[in-house]
Design a protein around this ligand. Structure first.
Ligand code: ZN
Length: 348
């Protein structure tokens, strides 16, 4: 564990150094002024400290997620199940994280089950090739009945989050909730979503409240990662104590170097979304940030820390200030990228 952390920090330091070389090609700032790209990156780094290195690396350093791929062809692992990644690369044990919130995802991608007295709200459904074992199997291991899933809420229509939705809708009659633009995307490229496309059901909108039993999931429209990405705020209980949670629905930046105008606009949409969800997190007093990728909220490691918690603090409860800092990381990395796209290419 310690060795892995050292290796990871080494990679981050290496990437920071690599980014520094790229920046070195840009015109030197006048003495006394700071290059605005560097200033935004520095703001992200200051906000991240050691808590959000994954989000910092993904949004400030790593290559972009590409714009939407409209080729209507099935995923390789759908055409040929033998092409699914090996189980060892994605398997993780399920975990009871709060009194009424359960982790039923994998090592990299997450799914969460919010249990209420009237059934279960499932947040995200991971891939078609692992939703059976991780969601259905994971719930059973934790003493939950997958037949109780009343809603499956999909943060955005990418294969790592919508993968199990068709199966859950068909088999258990779960109502599927997704935003309008992402329902449109699924219908536009049906082969691309082959085996994962639920029939159009509930259309999520900004401010919508999804209530089941004693729990309400508040839905917030946070486009930018896809045109219809949604995020959530809701309350859970920790040993009977109410705790407010914010769930970030889409994180990686989506832009294309050869489409600067579109990319600058899309990044602005993303920045506005980060501010929107940060404001909702603040209003609701969120002290826990969760996500649908472990690289952003460290879910895989935190789940394993739960076992040794004893009477100590909950490993997910980072406090309201740190929750706000998370959205400063993503916002400033998006701004740095936007500034890079706005600059004319550096002369060689
Ligand atoms: Zn995605």
């Amino acid at each position: 564990m310690a060795l892995r952390l050292v290796a990871f920090v080494g990679i981050v330091v290496g990437l920071v150094t690599a980014a520094g070389h790229v920046l070195a090609q840009q015109p030197a700032p006048k003495p006394g002024t700071q290059n605005p790209v560097e200033a935004a990156q520095q703001a992200a780094k200051d906000a991240a400290e050691f808590e959000f290195l994954g989000a910092l690396a993904r949004t400030c350093l790593l290559p972009p997620s590409r714009s939407e791929d409209f080729r209507d062809i099935p995923a390789p692992y759908v055409s040929d199940p033998g092409k699914a990644p090996p189980r060892a690369s994605w398997y993780a044990d399920p975990a009871k994280v709060f009194d009424n919130l359960y982790f039923v995802g994998g090592k990299i991608h997450s799914a969460w089950a919010l249990k209420t007295r009237d059934g279960i709200i499932l947040l995200d459904t991971i891939y078609p090739y692992n939703s059976e074992e991780l969601i259905v199997g994971g719930m059973r291991k934790l003493g939950l009945d997958p037949k109780d899933i009343k809603y499956a809420v999909i943060s955005h229509a990418h294969q790592d989050h919508i993968g199990g939705a068709e199966m859950l809708q068909k088999r258990y009659g779960a109502r599927v909730v997704m935003s309008g633009p992402d329902w449109d995307l699924v219908e536009k490229v049906p082969n691309r979503f082959k085996s994962m496309a639920p029939k159009r059901d509930i259309v999520a909108t900004d401010g919508m409240k999804l209530t089941l039993g004693e729990s309400t999931v508040n839905i917030w429209f946070t486009p930018g990662h896809t045109d219809g990405t949604i995020s959530f705020t809701f309350q859970v209980l920790d040993r009977g104590r109410p705790v407010n949670v914010v769930y970030s629905g889409g994180t990686a930046l989506v832009y294309e170097y050869h489409l600067p105008e579109w990319s600058i606009k899309n990044l602005q949409t993303y920045i506005d979304s980060q501010r929107h969800i940060a404001a909702k997190a603040k209003e609701t007093g969120a002290t826990v940030l969760i996500s649908n990728h472990s690289e952003f909220d460290n879910a895989y490691n935190k789940n394993r820390m739960l076992a040794g918690r004893g009477n100590g603090p909950h490993p997910y409860e980072i406090g309201a200030d740190w929750v706000q800092r998370y959205f400063k990381v993503t916002e400033n990395c998006a701004r740095a990228t936007q500034l890079k796209l706005e600059q004319p290419p550096a002369r060689q």
